[in-house]
Design a protein around this ligand. Structure first.
Ligand SMILES: *Cc1c(COP(=O)(O)O)cnc(C)c1O
Length: 342
């Protein structure tokens, strides 16, 4: 296998990793700095960061009957869930194309991975999912809502059918892009005995602090907590998140601006010859072009970094994924796309 590739982006317009392009307002950043200066760096983190967990519950609308488990990014939560179910013969299942860490974590833990192809329009093939669930009895079913790299917000009715059929599985609804989707299963996180909801602050604008969270019934979370590395959330991350959740309106406003930019960028790219833009509920667009390698290379020469996903899965043939950036970044992206598509 190969390691997860993260290209060096210095000097580039970085539109490959779904980051929020906006910085914190300077006065807020200065206050955060003061707050972080008071953190005891000489001490290990507290065994359970209750203040942060309570604030996440309140700010993010976690239902009262649910608990919250924290991860060093939701990538670590994916890993913990996979490890927790990794008895011999165990399998996990996810629609394909989907988020690569589900399959990678399975591989690391010697867990079988079952990928169920989406339909050609990237909607969920519920019948195929149900057949695969019956055949493989997976321990875990991953559903990214919306999906990466397609941007699709899967149909709620199809998800309900999967939950009902998956009586021997845990269904994890991965809401990494919730700030851009404005649809959520969080209010229903405690409703089923086989559903948990996973989120992250990464795409909201805090990718650098590495903080993900899982909401669900305590009976599930207590099991995953057993394989959580001690001290997995460092004191600076805890302090930064605790402080910034009191100012989450700032990040929400940035997300709202990016949703507007997403609409503008989609219209501009769709107007270019040969470009097919798929509907996206994330802060990125999946675009089919005549030649994905030519588009990637031309953008690279123009110092714009995007992701060529065309080799990830046959359904993604000649597709690239564009992160929605700030207005000036999107303008550079469109200008560079014109060089190759016109
Ligand atoms: C980005 C992403 C994550 C991981 O985010 P973290 O930065 O590790 O919190 C999880 N799921 C999906 C679908 C993603 O795109």
């Amino acid at each position: 296998m190969t390691s997860y590739p993260v290209p060096d982006a210095s000097g580039f317009v970085k539109l490959d990793a779904m980051e929020n392009p906006f910085a914190l307002p300077p006065d807020l950043a200065a206050k955060l700095g003061e707050h972080l200066a008071g953190v005891a760096l000489n001490r290990y983190p507290a065994p359970r960061p209750d203040a942060l967990i309570d604030k996440i519950k309140r700010t993010m609308g976690v239902p009262p009957d649910c608990d919250v488990l924290l991860g060093n990014g939701s990538d670590e939560i994916i890993s913990m869930i996979t490890v927790a179910c990794a008895k011999p013969g165990a399998k996990v299942l996810a629609p394909e194309p989907g988020f690569v860490m589900y399959a990678m974590s399975a591989k690391f833990a010697h867990v079988g991975f079952v990928g169920v192809p989406l339909r050609a329009d990237f909607t969920l093939d519920a019948d195929a999912m149900l057949a695969a669930i019956a055949e493989h009895e997976p321990a875990v079913i991953w559903l990214a809502y919306p999906n990466n790299p397609t941007g699709t917000l899967f149909d709620d009715g199809a998800i309900e059918r999967i939950i009902a059929a998956a009586s021997k599985s845990l269904v994890v609804i991965d809401e990494a892009y919730q700030p851009f989707a404005q649809h959520s299963w969080m209010p229903r996180a405690g409703e089923f005995d086989n559903v948990v909801v996973m989120r992250t602050v990464s795409k909201l604008g805090l990718a650098g602090i590495r903080l993900g969270y899982l909401a669900g019934r305590p009976t599930w979370l207590n099991e995953f907590d057993k394989v959580r590395p001690p001290y997995n959330i460092n004191v600076l991350t805890q302090a930064a998140a605790t402080f910034l959740l009191d100012h989450v309106d700032v990040l929400d406003a940035q997300a709202a601006q990016l949703r507007v930019e997403r609409g503008k960028l989609a219209a501009e790219v769709a107007a270019l010859p040969g470009a097919q833009v798929f509907d996206s509920a994330g802060n990125f667009l999946l675009v089919r072009v005549p030649d994905a390698s030519a588009v990637f290379e031309t953008l690279l020469s123009a110092r714009v970094l995007i992701k060529n996903v065309s080799k990830m899965h046959p359904l993604l043939a000649n597709c690239v994924r564009l992160t929605v950036g700030a207005p000036d970044e999107n303008a550079r992206l469109v200008a560079a796309l014109k060089l190759v598509l016109n």
